[in-house]
Write a protein that binds this ligand. Structure first.
Ligand code: AP5
Length: 228
């Protein structure tokens, strides 16, 4: 019985994956690019997103910023979110996905492309995004050692006029743990669309590889559109 349940679950997962691949192909010709920006805390996701926005004019949606906006609103929900974020855990996906969905819907008509920074943070977030919003064209994964990420965030915190509530050593270690626990499953699930980039280099050297990956996707989409 247990074996049959496992087999059915595996079959469903394979079917979902196939469906997402078909949707990805269909979308390639029509919609603007959707790019997931992945990597641990402090690997440089936000830094590279700023450079991508400057070059390509894409819409940058950071899940962390969207959540912090909600916290800043002072609502009861915001206080709940703050407690989770300060512990280094993940906020329930229902909430994050709904914030992203609303933001994408607002910009859809005018956007040249979407950078979804800090999402997905677990495999099921990716599946839910592709089912509810749209398939992703590319996932950029910034590889960085824990030591470097910790040092970068501590340096950011020391230099900041207003320090983020989760930028202290204890919470950073918890954020790293959450990241390590979830990431292999995401990379396995999205191996076909993921480009891994060594993020322990100069910002501009990293960006050269980012540009290569994005240009490749833009070319693919232009080619698919021309075939329609
Ligand atoms: P979030 O705000 O997304 O934080 P994070 O992922 O921990 O990443 P950071 O924003 O701290 O760092 P970054 O990678 O953008 O690096 P940056 O460019 O700033 O998430 C916060 C929390 O919200 C989560 O812990 C969770 O609770 C919740 N949350 C968010 N998304 C969620 C989701 N999908 N589901 C559930 N919960 C979610 O760079 C860091 C520093 O390094 C900067 O000072 C920068 O100048 C420097 N730097 C960058 N690149 C380089 C380089 N190449 N060389 C030297 N220094 C560099």
């Amino acid at each position: 019985m247990l074996f049959m349940c496992h087999q059915m679950a595996m079959k469903k997962e394979a079917q979902d994956k196939l469906k997402a691949e078909e949707l990805r192909k269909a979308q390639a010709a029509t919609e603007v690019p959707i790019i997931w920006i992945l990597g641990g805390p402090g690997c440089g996701k936000g830094t590279q997103c700023a450079k991508i926005v400057e070059k390509y004019g894409f819409t940058h949606l950071s899940s962390g910023d969207l959540l912090r906006n909600e916290v800043a609103s002072g609502s009861d929900k915001g206080r709940e979110l703050q407690a989770i974020m300060s512990s280094g855990q993940l906020v329930p996906n229902e909430h994050v996905l709904s914030l992203l969905n609303d933001a994408i819907a607002r910009e859809k008509g005018s956007s040249k492309g979407f950078l979804i920074d800090g999402y997905p943070r677990e495999k099921n977030q990716g599946i839910a995004f592709e089912q509810r919003i749209a398939p992703a064209d590319l996932a950029l994964y910034f590889e960085c050692s824990e030591d470097t990420m910790l040092k970068r965030i501590m340096a950011r915190a020391n230099a900041a006029a207003v320090k983020r509530a989760d930028d202290n050593e204890e919470t950073i270690r918890a954020r790293l743990q959450t990241f390590n626990y979830n990431t292999t499953a995401i990379l396995d699930q999205y191996v076909n669309i993921t480009v891994k980039i060594n993020a322990e280099r100069d910002v501009d050297d990293i960006f050269l590889e980012v540009v290569q990956a994005i240009d490749c996707i833009l070319q693919k989409k232009a080619k698919a559109a021309a075939q329609c």
